[in-house]
Write a protein that binds this ligand. Sequence first.
Ligand code: NAD
Ligand code: MG
Length: 404
Amino acid sequence: MGNLRALVSVLGFTGSIGANTLDVIARHPDRFEVYALAAHSSVDAMLAQCLAFAPRYAVMMDEAAATQLRQRLPADAVTEVKQGDSGLAEVVTAPQVDVVMAAIVGAAGLPSTLAAARAGKTLLLANKESLVMGGHLLMQAVRESGARLLPIDSEHNAIFQCMPVDEHGIPVGRGVDKVLLTASGGPFRRWSLEQMFAATPDQACAHPNWAMGRKISVDSASLMNKGLEFIEACWIFDLAPERVDIVVHPQSIIHSMVQYLDGSVLAQMGNPDMRTAIAYGLGWPERLVSGVAPLDLVAAARLDFEAPDESRFPCLRLARESVAAGGTAMVVCNAANEVAVAAFLDQQIRFTEIPIVIERTLEQMDNVEPISLSVIESADGQSRQVAAGLLVDMQRSAGKAKQV
Ligand code: NAD
Ligand code: MG
């Protein structure tokens, strides 16, 4: 008798999405088997989960971490250790693999996400940056290989749940007027620009509703996360930018909505816990137990809505302008944002300087057609260099200002 369980590769399993994915998988040992776990460099976490899930492969991006893991795994362990990009590619494209959870953070996730799409896998897409950078390539790969793309980002998962689908389960815009993408507004929703100038990394990462990795938490505070999700929605649901509206909804109970031509608006609601979206992706089209507590609407009591403020949150404007510019502008915007967010987390720049780095990088970079992965990677690399140069200039002038 063949193996009836779906074989899953979890990329970025040590992160917030990765941990939630393993939590859901552990609730359904009859349905899922972990084929591979991949992470950057945390040997302790890898060791613990290799013992818990007995995956066939463990991939460490870092060479020293891979060596250490090989030494520390028990001699009778069933898990084989692989390393680096080639190891990652193997556990994504192996014929036995049914499902790939793409939960690496940032541009680093693009090659493996694209490889999963090209190999025709069921792709659970959390790594939004890969769609932002290579949306055209990724969606083309999905169409050509017959891969199934199931969005894990909570908003897109919500939209997917509220969208009509064709007989193959592919979302179709039939009868749809608009998509209403909700945003919590993040921890600085009511902060002035002066307050945001003085914001610390911990304050930016203290999201009022969601527990997430630090990069996406800063993106949520600057609203760049919503900018990235805006383009993500356009690609996944094949929508022109003017058909996606952003609505601030501070309680994060509605995870997004679809507005139909007849005036109906369908919303997907639930507690802000990523396991709902992950379970929906893993089980689709069935519903699985996820461990998420039932929504208590009486306790929640109210749902508020307001328009986003692009003057206090210029990252949203920059993302919109990059979408309108097309070409590699979103690649540049994403790369400059990653550099700026890392510098902010490292306390090299102020929170309010993040959009300045992005805007200046966009001004300095050429816009070309993102026709291949190498063009995208080259635009990404060049943008990072430009952004890093800007950081040096900014620190120099900040140093001079201090001396005066
Ligand atoms: P995280 O920082 O908690 O985890 C990131 C993971 O990526 C870790 O396992 C790390 O080992 C791995 N990683 C980092 N650099 C890598 C590299 N160069 N090569 C291979 N692996 C690498 O991040 P997260 O919050 O779980 O977010 C993961 C992705 O999911 C992001 O793209 C984020 O935007 C998206 N997402 C997250 C949430 C959330 O609730 N956390 C919600 C929606 C979407
Ligand atoms: Mg989201």
